[in-house]
Write a protein that binds this ligand. Structure first.
Ligand code: NAD
Ligand code: TYD
Length: 349
């Protein structure tokens, strides 16, 4: 399909980590387009992150749930594209309780798809981009660095989170096949950058260290993740939305694999802290060993490549952001967060 720009994009989950970055990125990159952000403001959604856009005429925030069919139907009709990234997103929480993951990531995705289907039936075609994850592929072994996830790697999710995202992914494929909906999908590796909720490993470790607290490293720290700067991900989503072929999936990755132990040492080094700040804790149940992405397809077909993800620079800049925006995460880390921390790590701090 040829490149096209959309006039009015409906974004779901725009008050979360990637969403907040996407709103800013999109409004900057597409100065003539409008964006509506539908977000339920769950524990990980933060309206404060976009407060400065309140008077921006091209931006609108709608406080609502993606499972609310009338709201979704009405918003889909106003737009010519949907970027669907609202989700329950934290693996550890899905291990504690899978219910909200099933409801939002599967039921919510169905509601969006039905909204797009209904609009198409009424003659209003809407393109949809589903923001999936590399975790739908399951895990790679540690002793085969030659293996990478490709778009045709079978889906084999291993956490309740990944299974719920894979179900959403497959629903998108089914609605494309059955109803000829115009859908594209991205499967991205681990993101880092500003506005990430401090339950994910990088902002958790950085903010703990700023507070003088140790960092809880799961198991032996050998598990490997591929790290991509969130703005490189936002750029990939926009490329896929505007230029991806209908029904296709695009892997997105940073070619930036680190074990959790390497990541932890890198953060400690950047923050002038020593090994004594590492607190080994019990391993995550079913902890996936390694994620690694072959992003050749999006590079070849859509000319995307990561330009903001190189370490140590991008990691240092991210750490600086958390240093300079402590009021943002200190508010987040109060209240219900403390209860979660106690249940996950066995103490309040
Ligand atoms: P996040 O948890 O920071 O944000 C999720 C947002 O969705 C929040 O603003 C929340 O309020 C909203 N939301 C949750 N349930 C909702 C509902 N029922 N209705 C409306 N809004 C709801 O997550 P994130 O890290 O920004 O991830 C965004 C998307 O990207 C997710 O779909 C995730 O699976 C995917 N993804 C994330 C990563 C990563 O490293 N963070 C990597 C690949 C893919
Ligand atoms: P996380 O940021 O939760 O992302 P994901 O599970 O989606 O990859 O975790 C990244 C890695 O860091 C993962 O291998 C688990 C590990 N980890 C820890 O060692 N300690 C922690 O407290 C957390 C939250 C994660």
């Amino acid at each position: 399909m040829s490149q096209r720009e959309f006039q009015h994009v409906l974004l779901t989950g725009g008050c979360g980590f990637i969403g907040t970055n996407f709103v800013r990125f999109f409004l900057e990159q597409r100065p003539d387009a409008r964006l509506t952000n539908l977000d339920a403001l769950t524990y990980s959604g933060n309206a404060e992150s976009l407060r400065d856009l309140e008077d921006e005429p091209r931006y609108r925030f709608v406080h609502g749930n993606i499972r609310d069919r009338p709201t979704v139907d009405a918003l889909v009709r106003e737009c010519d594209a949907v970027v669907h990234m609202a989700a329950e997103s934290h693996v550890d929480r899905s291990i504690q309780d899978a219910s909200p993951f099933i409801s939002t990531n599967i039921g919510g995705t169905q509601t969006i798809l039905d909204g797009v289907r209904q609009a198409k039936g009424d003659g209003h075609d809407v393109r949809m981009c589903y923001v999936s994850t590399d975790e739908v592929y399951g895990q790679l072994p540690l002793d085969r660095p030659d293996l990478l996830f490709r778009e045709d790697t079978p889906l084999a999710p291993s956490s309740p989170y990944a299974a719920s995202k894979a179900a959403g992914d497959m629903l998108c494929a089914a609605y494309h096949h059955t109803f000829a909906l115009d859908i594209v999908t991205t499967r991205c590796s681990n993101n880092f950058g500003p506005y990430q909720f401090p339950e994910k490993v990088i902002p958790l470790f950085v903010t703990n260290l700023i507070e003088g607290e140790p960092v809880p490293l799961y198991g032996d720290g050998r598990n490997v993740r591929d790290w991509l700067h969130v703005l490189d991900h936002c750029e990939a989503v926009l490329r896929v939305l505007e230029g991806g072929a209908s029904g296709e999936v695009y892997n997105v990755g940073g070619n930036n694999e680190r074990s959790n132990l390497e990541l932890t040492h890198e953060i400690l080094r950047c923050m002038d802290q020593g090994e004594e700040m590492i607190r080994p804790v019990a391993d995550r149940l079913g902890h996936d060993l390694r994620y690694a992405i072959d992003a050749g397809k999006i590079e070849r077909e859509l000319g995307w490549e990561p330009t903001r993800s190189a370490w140590p620079g991008a990691l240092e800049a991210t750490i600086d952001w958390y240093r300079e925006n402590d009021q943002w995460w200190r508010r987040v880390k109060s209240g219900a967060y403390r209860e979660y921390y106690r249940s996950q790590y066995g103490r309040t701090k």
